[in-house]
Design a protein around this ligand. Structure first.
Ligand SMILES: Nc1ncnc2c1ncn2[C@@H]1O[C@H](COP(=O)(O)OP(=O)(O)OP(=O)(O)O)[C@@H](O)[C@H]1O
Length: 355
């Protein structure tokens, strides 16, 4: 399967409105040949709308879509050679797994349709690829949800698509099965090498599966980057807040000095504009020590343990006086309700408050 033909996708200034509401607001995106890209964002951010436009199921009000430099908007869905998998992909209930996968091959125009032996060989190859050849005689209602999605993928791949689009393919499955399928999709993608885009609102899924992640909000792209770029170097306050668990504190920046209420914090704010700002710290990037050891101080209110970490709720002293944050600390530093602790951000980002 490796080396099947795949394409680059380019979107320029895509605008899509529903009435006066802009579901996509000037979206630019380039997807490289053979890439596995995640569209990640909260509900209503425009992910599915973008995927539908690439698929040819919907058209933008303005902008360009091209595959390998060729205009795609003048072609309908059937002419774009795109395979789809949706969250609730309806396999044909009255057909066996084998016939479901064969369907796309059987309905191809006569001029390109394969003979029966080639169709059977291709279906066998696809069922081997998704590791479900032993289920070929079953009907969809005799499969688990995860198996159904793998068959849906085999069916989408049958016509040798140049692009594969997956809309929340594992959205309806339980957490354990989702995790298994993530790794499976990654290794499947490296085997089939088809330019692929999948939509998810699950950040862990996006970061674990994709080569690059596109973070969307309100019809706009906030950041495009590798999983480590969007996690370690978020471009905007939205991305920092959406990916990973963040503590957000309202601070004032003036001449390189950062204050939380009347308390000056011992952190640098080089290059940050003066004024009302937000300080973002990942929960595990807050160093916890005895009282007096950090810029911030607080009283532990509640502690829960999760595997190797303990999550503590800390009421900060100073500042607004009522700010409560959650931090993650290693288990070896035993925290108890009532402890006074010093907190120092090890890593942090400051964004203007209006960002
Ligand atoms: N046919 C439509 N008519 C009117 N509004 C629509 C239509 N389709 C989508 N929208 C709106 O456009 C916005 C983007 O929708 P879209 O389905 O692309 O979001 P999404 O990021 O995929 O969300 P989810 O994760 O919930 O599926 C939403 O506010 C939605 O209500």
């Amino acid at each position: 399967m490796k080396g099947s033909c795949c394409v680059t996708i380019e979107l320029k200034n895509i605008v899509k409105k529903f009435g006066a509401f802009a579901a996509l607001d000037n979206v630019d995106l380039k997807v490289a040949n053979g890439e596995l890209l995640a569209l990640l964002g909260p509900s209503g951010s425009g992910k599915t709308t973008l995927l539908r436009i690439i698929a040819g199921l919907d058209w933008p009000d303005a902008g360009e879509v091209s595959f390998d430099g060729q205009d795609a908007l003048s072609r309908g869905a059937g002419e774009r050679h795109v395979g789809f998998v949706f969250q609730h992909y309806a396999l044909f209930r009255h057909m066996t797994v084998f016939e479901n996968v064969a369907f796309g091959l059987r309905v191809q125009p006569r001029a390109v349709r394969k003979d029966e032996a080639s169709i059977r060989a291709r279906v066998k190859e696809l069922l081997d690829l998704v590791q479900l050849d032993w289920l070929s005689d079953r009907y969809p209602n005799q499969l688990s949800g995860g198996q159904r999605q793998r068959i849906a993928l085999a069916r989408a791949l049958a016509i040798e698509p140049r692009i594969l689009l997956l809309d929340e393919p594992f959205g309806a499955l339980d957490a354990k099965v989702r995790k298994e399928l993530r790794q499976w999709l990654r290794s499947l993608h490296s085997e089939i090498n088809v330019t692929s885009i999948f939509v998810t609102h699950d950040q862990e899924e996006a970061l674990e599966v994709a080569n690059r992640v596109v973070v969307m909000d309100k019809g706009r792209i906030e950041q495009i980057g590798t999983p480590s770029e969007v996690y370690d170097d978020p471009a905007t306050a939205f991305v920092h807040g959406f990916i990973g668990e963040s503590i957000v504190l309202p601070v004032q920046v003036s001449r390189g000095c950062v204050r939380l209420g009347d308390r000056a914090l011992n952190i640098a704010a080089d290059g940050v504009a003066c004024g009302a700002s937000k300080l973002f710290i990942r929960r595990h990037d807050m160093q916890v020590g005895p009282a007096g050891s950090g810029s911030l101080e607080g009283a532990v209110r509640h502690v829960r343990t999760f595997g190797p970490i303990q999550r503590a709720e800390v009421a900060l002293c100073g500042g607004e006086g009522k700010t409560v944050i959650e931090i993650d600390a290693p288990r070896d530093r035993q925290l108890q309700p009532g402890d006074l602790v010093g907190l120092q951000p090890r890593r942090y980002r400051i964004f203007a408050a209006q960002d």
